[in-house]
Design a binder for this molecule. Structure first.
Ligand code: ADP
Ligand code: GLC
Length: 494
């Protein structure tokens, strides 16, 4: 590995848009590798071939057929190109583990697959097989760096280190590992017994004496760690936000960096968004009204264009703080506002929003589903975007909202705090204010921030200025990609 050579990076993820997406990880796994390639890196993707994925990668060709990969049975590896970006993409085919109906992590009823540990341990082993490239593969490409993302891929560093320790000198793959933490709340718990089955004996891995998790092991074993915003990088080292990993993470502080995610403006920009009935941008904002009209009509809400339309597009989990919206809904809906909620997940939150829509059919529209097109239309047609997250590693929606001239109301945590500047008369006039920020996670404080937004909306010139401040923000991926590239170079030079 020479420092000047192009970094060869295997980017491993459990979801990559448009093949699989449940949240922001899917968007990041599609956009960041493409941005890295633009800067000259040699990046390939790796993900499971969930049911229906192969159909979307028509150029996929078999490069390895392994009788029994690390005890997981017959595994085939295909190489094709990711739809949209054309980035080279390895797909791991295991019919019993990935070829089932349902979602990446859940069955069709929304219940978590009980064998997720096994399913994603296989993904990790497949990454190692590619790094070794000696399992009968017809393609000799070998990565310098394995860039792992979240718990699903976090056994890779431990496996690399175990092989390095066990194998004969020179047999271990000359590969460095980077783990990016997108969300520390999901850890992939695993027992010592299971780990043993996954090829990590407790003797080879002194840290795995008792029960642990994929993520904890990744934090201990990766050569380098990042997370998706500078503020979350600090928060993760505290008891309040560390999800029990704060001590492990703090011990790696010297190797840990927060890099703010970017926005793929080829997908998220109302000047060329195929999901919208009309295009618009900061210079020609008229089309936003047509989007709002179409959205109100589709949702069956009154087509009164003056009434502010507030929106949520979110996974419905405790993370997102939407219990505060439910709690504030009495006060909120006493005002002349409409509300649309698109999301699915937690049964209690789904029930609460369903009840809210039933009680206020003229004001509230709720869609408890996943709908990419509708997410774009809501982003464009709404006036105000609500993100009261209790924690938020980065958050992409608030950045999307800015470009769509939809003013975000956010709780100042993680990436939300790093991307939105509170709006008051002065900050709006100065060009810096972009949204409404509250600092204590309570329904009252959330409601006060919404009330400030509604008040400013009555002042049309100020509101227009606020919207254009947001539209002018540039969160393109290049900046983050350069930072990742710096880390790859540093790892290769080690
Ligand atoms: P997280 O990754 O925690 O879910 P982000 O803000 O980073 O949060 O990313 C959320 C992504 O998922 C956005 O692209 C958003 O539009 C999308 N999304 C979330 N829920 C839905 C849904 N119900 N329908 C369509 N898109 C959704
Ligand atoms: C996670 C986080 C979210 C982040 C996304 C992409 O799902 O919850 O805040 O934007 O990953 O990094």
């Amino acid at each position: 590995m020479s420092v000047s050579a192009t970094a060869r990076v295997l980017f491993v993820a459990s979801e990559i848009f448009p093949l699989a997406k449940t949240g922001g990880l899917g968007d990041v796994s599609a956009a960041l590798p493409a941005a890295l390639i633009k800067l000259g890196a040699d990046v390939r993707l790796l993900m499971p071939a969930y049911r229906g994925v192969l159909r979307q990668v028509p150029d996929a060709r078999l490069i390895a057929d392994i009788d029994d990969l690390a005890g997981f049975g017959r595994v085939r590896v295909l190489l094709g190109s990711a739809p949209g970006s054309g980035v080279p993409l390895y797909l791991v085919v295991s019919v019993p583990l990935y070829g089932r109906p349902g979602e990446p992590y859940h069955d069709e009823a929304g219940d978590i697959w009980p064998d997720n540990d096994e399913r994603f341990a296989l993904l990790c082993h497949a990454a190692l097989a590619i790094a070794r490239s000696n399992d009968g593969a017809s393609d000799p490409w070998q990565p310098d760096i394995m860039h792992c993302n979240d718990w699903h891929t976090a056994l890779v560093p431990a496996l690399v280190n175990a092989q390095r320790g066990d194998g004969p000198a020179g047999a271990a793959p000359p590969v460095r590992t980077l783990l990016t933490i997108h969300n520390a709340a999901y850890q992939g718990p695993v027992s010592a017994q299971q780990l043993h089955e996954f090829g990590l004996s407790t003797s080879a891995d002194s840290s795995a004496q008792g029960d642990t998790s994929f993520l904890a092991l990744g934090i201990q074993h990766a050569n380098r760690l990042t997370t998706v915003s500078p503020t979350y990088a600090k928060e993760l080292q505290t008891r309040e936000f560390g999800c029990g990993l704060e001590t492990l993470i703090a011990a790696r502080a010297a190797d840990f960096t927060g890099i703010l995610n970017g926005v793929d403006y080829s997908v998220w920009d109302p000047s060329h968004d195929a999901a919208l009935p009309a295009a618009y941008d900061a210079l020609d904002p008229q089309g936003k009204a047509a989007c709002k009209r179409a959205l109100l009509q589709e949702l069956g809400l009154s087509d009164d264009m003056e009434t502010p339309l507030l929106a949520v597009v979110s996974r419905l989990t405790a993370q997102k703080g939407l219990d505060m919206l439910v709690e504030a809904s009495g006060d909120l809906l006493a005002k002349a506002v409409n509300l649309v909620v698109l999301g699915s997940g937690d049964a209690g939150l789904e029930a609460a929003f369903r009840a809210l829509a039933a009680d206020h059919p003229a004001q509230v529209a709720v869609r408890l589903e996943y709908d990419e097109r509708l997410a774009h239309l809501i982003m464009a047609g709404a006036d105000i975007f609500l993100m009261p997250s209790r924690f938020e590693p980065c958050g992409l929606n608030q950045m999307y909202a800015l470009r769509y001239a939809t003013v975000p109301v956010i709780h100042a945590v993680g990436g939300l705090a790093d991307t939105i500047v509170d709006a008051d008369d002065e900050s709006v006039e100065a060009g810096s204010g972009t949204g409404f920020v509250f600092r204590r996670p309570s329904a009252n404080d959330f409601m006060s921030a919404i009330a400030r937004a509604l008040l400013m909306r009555e002042n049309t010139p100020a509101w227009r200025r606020l919207q254009s401040n947001g539209q002018a923000q540039d969160f393109g991926w290049e900046k983050a990609a350069r930072q990742y590239l710096g880390i790859y170079r540093e790892l290769i030079a080690r």
